[in-house]
Design a protein around this ligand. Sequence first.
Ligand code: ATP
Length: 356
Amino acid sequence: MSRIQLQGITRRFGPVTAVDDVWLDIADGEFLVLLGPSGCGKSTLLRLIAGLLPPTEGRLWLDDTDLTHVPPQQRDLAMVFQSYALYPHLSVARNIGFPLRARKWPRAEIRAKVAEVAATLGLTALLDRKPKELSGGQRQRVALGRALVRDPGAFLLDEPLSNLDAKLRTGTRAEIAELHRSLGTTMVYVTHDQVEAMTMATRIALLDEGRLAQLGTPSEVYDRPASVFAATFLGSPAMNILDATVRSADGSLAAHGKGIELSLGIDAVLPDRPVRLGVRPEHLTFAPAGGRGIHAVVTAVENLGSEEVVQCLAGEGRIAVRGPRPLGVSAGDAVTLTARPEHLHLFDSASGRRLT
Ligand code: ATP
């Protein structure tokens, strides 16, 4: 069992609050991704869990053990860094076996365990090589192997794929997800890459300026973002956000703005309220010109291969539409965009919090 609980964890560096009152309950076997933009505090939070930094406030638990003041080497957690941190003069086998030698395991047992882990990671043929004779992806697997030999209660991974090129990232991403499925060990994984978060996480903890902005499964965070920040962080192109006012028309509610009139399938929001209206690019469709919807002009069409992104201007607001190619519009066209009510997101215009 390896349940990790963070209770009001805060870390300040002088005037900077890098991690601000974070409460998290990471279940045994979870793949929790700490996601957020550069500087939001995700690496600091991982280092706090690892024990490489003490918290300024708060408590940290691993199952029933209070870890808050336990040194890192006694935490039963294995950390994998983005820089790999391999010993250049040692072979792959000795790098992987290093934590076991440090624990004075008998040599035969070390050899057997290293062979087992190398087989799991597809490194058997590379055991005699030095790190400099490996590709970036292979080095990352050795770093994983060194964490794996310890059979830790949980793995802590800090942007492990960020030094790999795009193709290798995709492959290694799938390998790590597969490793998690086969081991069933708790993993806490830091990234700023939304694709990694969406594809690997059982839950995403989205951080904004040290605070937990949203916690949920990838689908929950994508489908029901808790704020404009969450809505625009996940998704490519980002969710369109337009200023509008909720009005009552013909007994039903609609969002109105410059050139905008969209029916809202909800009645939980009071009329005459200013809102920020969110709609994802893939949820907008082109309707016959002149009807209800968002009236816009196409400024550019971007070819993504299987799909197209159509950039539009509605008043002063930019709107992106994404869909299968060809969408049948060109730069200069006047268009009307519509979306189903269930695909409209309403946020408070002042705080940015979700309203419904
Ligand atoms: P990145 O994706 O760029 O690595 P991050 O989300 O991991 O960013 P952190 O490295 O955790 O962010 O940093 C969070 C904040 O804390 C930043 O403002 C950073 O400058 C500050 N910070 C981190 N470590 C220290 C330190 N040792 N001393 C002072 N400030 C620090």
